[in-house]
Design a protein. Structure first.
Length: 889
DNA sequence: AACTAGTGCAA
DNA sequence: TATTGCACTAGTT
């Protein structure tokens, strides 16, 4: 059967644009969507080998739907500028590639696609519609299938009628009714308010269509629902007609127009080279000359099982000869000190296999124990920290773990945090790796590696290792060419082991202290609750912003200040302004303080205390924060209260191991020192070199005073100004923070820049640099792309400019403390110390310290932190030890 | 069960 | 209308 592939151009461009990092050619023309689009359709052509093909585009003007309903797509924003400019370029490229394209005034691409699909289907062709828009599913029939691009450009899901039924329990045509009932926010189709996906499906299962639902109103059991349908019956019918894709558009065509032909090689090459579509260039060569590196890699379909000692020994021999391998362990992490191994996927240059682990034959752990300590073998992985934790569990030394592709990916573009292995494999290798969710399920249906189908799990692990190996080969070069080898090899990779160690070690807690605070808070909350209900004249949920808003602004008639999307704002700064109007406000503010402490910290922390160690093992993530900082989860130990006395008391919960002492060191003004360094500002440098109080100095300059005359109010205002500088402040932001007028704030800022002209110049230069390159960098050449820097939208552009100003500073601070962490870890080890690094809080390091080692460790810690890098100004560290985290502050 | 919004904690 | 994060509760579907 002949096949035609019809592609929704706008939809796929949109997907590609948001899925890929911002690429540009040397002239600064954005090309990411073009790149993604072309990779996708090449992939599709390869897989389905259609004889005919066309790409449909939307035209700008209104369509018949706007005529019928003027709000249609009323909430939709226009295309981002960076995407819009890529559309005409893509059209030009399609023409050069001899790929047919079409568009028609007054109709959306969907309608054109609908009409052509149906007509081709009638002629007996097999039709594939490629789109990222689920609306197209209504077109599916015996001849027509939809290839839907899920997340990013990596995952394509094929929908035929059976797949649709499985997901929605509806026929393709019923999807129109479905949208008529549930509406669609993105197209601004109203549907019936209060009816969402679940209700819509239930109704359609019973009644089959919108019309039937309306005709048989009395059969709807749920009274509320019946009322909703009744009132909005017309709106539902109108929504249904908007949702229907037109299949009878007046258009003439000959099938031959769509025939897939050879590209116009010269033109296509010229365009590919102009827009620097290097990896696609290979596609233009004739089949025989495709270089090996550009060959699509296919996921293995057979598992090579290692089943006995003989097989294992043969594998070990090969690995030792090749000196490089990729590993992917199948594990179940009960907790940080109970990790169970199910097997390990292994890949070398030209082979891959799976080694199972069972109670009577522990081949996988035998393999890891043999290979792990061998320093001359490079181990590559995805999520190396996980492999370290496994090594602690099994008791072997993991040496030369030198490439983590998740971290390499993060350095290449940190805005795509924690990218899945499957996505990387598809985008960079053209390899279809199974999704983790497909193998192990997700959410409530998720199963452990032991419960999953063992064939699929083994296949998965083996293919993961295959992907890791091939990706490492590729990304090693990219890290080099991006000049990130030092950052990667000397900082990020050594840091993995440090973080694994910290997570394994954990932070000891005083459960008694936790209980004591719990009692105090619970009692306080009870009292406050009663008082609040009395003043409100009734009970309500104080923790619900909605209910609280109704009580304060409707019932008590207090003057509403701000609105949020869903109602009145009841945030802290709003309440502050109401404090004088009613005694209930102060009580609510107090209630909030206590309930925050209880729910997030007392209850939250108790839940994550490890039953075996009695410690909290927070996870430190290395590939999340766009600036290069670490992030902390389960629990987040980087936001433990410190500002208010009661919250601060919580820090008494955090104690060292028995008989140990807690050592805490933090960088003093690290971000302002970095600013002084980058800006080379004489005043700032002078202040730091002479150990002057930086906020007092700023106050003296901004308020034109002698430093000794600066009052504490002036100093604290100057402190806010200094914060603001680092964040790329506006006069509005500063005025909000200081509770002063915008005019006055403006004055402070102008005065600051007048006194620190090099800072002004540095910040302006940084924005300019961002405009030219599209990204900004840190002291270790960590990169962050800031595409909105060219946006026409003022808000987006301003945000981008603040990002550009802040990232080099925040990111360099992250670089510096990371260097320090690696040094501290290595020096503690070298010195034979038993004291352990246990936590990092952005500019602060904590060590669980053996008392006998205290002096030596203090020296080591301070020394390593202060000498991490050399700046124009000294780096200073404040340090304190104590018997809990409260005392070290 | 999975999602969003509002709120608030840290550096 | 100040940067970067994470997590809690309520509320929706």
């Amino acid at each position: 059967m002949e096949k035609i592939m019809i592609i929704d151009g706008n939809s796929l461009m949109n997907r590609a644009f948001f899925a890929l990092p911002p690429l540009t050619n040397k002239d600064g023309v954005p090309t990411n969507a073009i790149h993604g689009f072309l990779s996708m359709i090449y992939k599709m052509i390869e897989t389905y080998e259609p004889e005919y093909m066309s790409v449909a585009f939307d035209l700008k003007g209104p369509t018949f739907r706007h005529v019928a309903y003027d709000q249609y797509k009323g909430t939709r924003k226009g295309m981002p500028e960076e995407l819009r400019v890529q559309v005409p370029i893509l059209k030009e490229i399609l023409d050069a590639l001899n790929i047919h394209r079409m568009e028609l005034e007054g109709f959306e691409a969907d309608d054109l696609i609908g009409t052509i699909s149906k007509r081709c289907g009638e002629r007996g062709l097999k039709v594939f519609i490629v789109t990222g828009d689920k609306d197209a599913l209504q077109l599916v029939d015996d001849q027509i299938e939809v290839l839907f691009t899920k997340k990013g450009i990596s995952l394509i899901e094929k929908y035929d009628a059976a797949a649709i039924f499985e997901e929605y329990h509806l026929t393709p045509l019923q999807l129109i009714d479905y949208k008529g009932l549930s509406g669609d926010a993105s197209d601004n189709i109203p549907g019936i308010p209060g009816v969402g996906p679940k209700t819509a499906i239930k109704l359609l299962e019973t009644f089959k269509s919108v019309e039937a639902v309306i005709e048989n109103l009395e059969e709807i059991d749920n009274k509320r629902l019946r009322g909703l349908v009744e009132t909005h019956a017309n709106q539902a019918l109108m929504s249904k007609s908007l949702a229907r894709i037109e299949t009878g558009v007046p258009v003439e065509f000959e099938l031959s127009e769509f025939a897939v032909e050879e590209p116009k090689l010269e033109e296509a090459r010229a365009l590919f080279s102009l827009y620097e579509l290097k990896s696609l260039m290979g596609r233009l060569k004739s089949e025989v000359t495709i270089a090996e590196s550009e060959m699509p890699v296919t996921a293995e379909e057979a598992i090579t099982w290692i089943v006995d000692e003989k097989g294992l020994n043969a594998l070990l021999k090969t690995v030792r000869a090749s000196k490089q391998l990729a590993v992917y362990s199948l594990i179940e992490k009960i907790h940080v000190r109970d990790i169970r191994l199910a097997g390990v996927g292994v890949a070398l240059k030209d082979r891959a296999c799976f080694i199972p682990e069972s109670a009577d034959l522990s081949l996988a752990s035998e393999f890891l124990k043999a290979i792990g300590p061998e320093t001359e073998i490079e181990k590559w992985s995805y999520d190396l920290k996980r492999e370290y934790l496994l090594s602690y569990q099994l008791g072997y030394k993991l040496e030369n773990g030198c490439f983590d592709i998740a971290i390499a990916r993060y350095l290449i573009d940190p805005s795509r945090s924690s990218e899945k292995l499957s996505a990387m494999a598809f985008e960079r290798l053209n390899m279809n790796l199974a999704e983790e969710e497909a193998v192990f399920g997700k959410g409530a249906k998720a199963v452990s590696v032991f419960e999953a189908d063992q064939q699929s799990a083994a296949m998965y692990a083996q293919n993961c290792a295959r992907a890791i190996f091939d990706l490492t080969i590729q990304m090693k070069g990219e890290i080099e060419s991006e000049n990130m080898a030092q950052l990667f090899n000397e900082v990020e990779m050594p840091l993995v082991e440090v973080l694994a160690n910290m997570e394994f070690e954990g932070f000891n807690v005083d459960l008694k202290e936790l209980d004591d605070m719990d009692v105090i808070l619970t009692e306080k909350l009870g009292t406050l609750e009663t008082e609040i209900y009395e003043l409100a004249g009734g009970t309500f949920n104080i923790q619900s912003p909605k209910q609280l808003g109704e009580i304060l602004f409707d019932k008590l008639g207090l003057p509403a200040q701000k609105k949020t999307k869903t109602g009145y704002s009841t945030s802290h700064d709003v309440l502050e302004k109401l404090e004088k109007h009613h005694p209930i406000i102060a009580l609510i503010m107090e209630y909030r303080i206590y309930s925050k402490l209880k729910s997030t910290y007392i209850d939250g922390l108790r839940q994550v205390v490890n039953p075996v160690t009695g410690k909290i093992h927070s996870s430190l993530n290395q590939t999340v924060a766009v600036t290069g900082r670490l992030s902390s989860t389960e629990p987040n130990l980087q936001n433990i209260p410190v500002r208010l006395p009661l919250g601060r008391r919580l820090r008494k919960v955090f104690i060292p191991s028995p008989e140990h002492t807690l050592l805490d060191a933090d960088y003093s003004q690290i971000e302002l020192r970095i600013l002084a360094h980058f800006a080379k500002d004489e005043r700032l440098i002078h202040a730091f070199r002479n150990k002057l109080d930086i906020h007092t100095q700023t106050a003296a300059q901004v308020f034109d005073l002698d430093p000794k005359d600066v009052t504490s109010l002036e100093r604290s205002r100057a402190k806010e100004v200094n914060f603001g500088i680092v964040y790329g402040m506006s006069d509005y932001g500063l005025s909000e923070n200081l509770g002063i007028s915008r005019k006055e704030a403006r004055l402070y800022i102008d005065q600051y820049f007048a006194k620190y002209p090099s800072v002004k110049k540095y910040l302006d230069d940084t924005i300019e640099e961002c405009r030219t390159h599209g990204y900004v960098t840190t002291i270790l050449n960590r990169k962050r792309y800031v595409p909105d820097i060219h946006s026409k939208n003022f808000n987006l552009r301003s945000f981008a400019e603040r990002t550009a100003m802040n990232t080099p500073i925040q990111g360099s601070a992250a670089d510096i403390i990371k260097i320090a962490m690696v040094k501290v870890y290595q020096d503690l080890k070298k010195g034979g110390h038993k004291s352990k690094l246990i936590l990092q809080v952005h500019d602060e390091l904590l060590i669980d310290c053996v008392p006998e080692e205290l002096e030596a460790v203090e020296r080591l810690l301070k020394g390593d932190m202060e000498s991490a890098v050399s700046l124009e100004v000294p780096i200073e560290v404040d340090m304190k030890s104590g018997s809990n985290w409260y005392e070290t502050k």
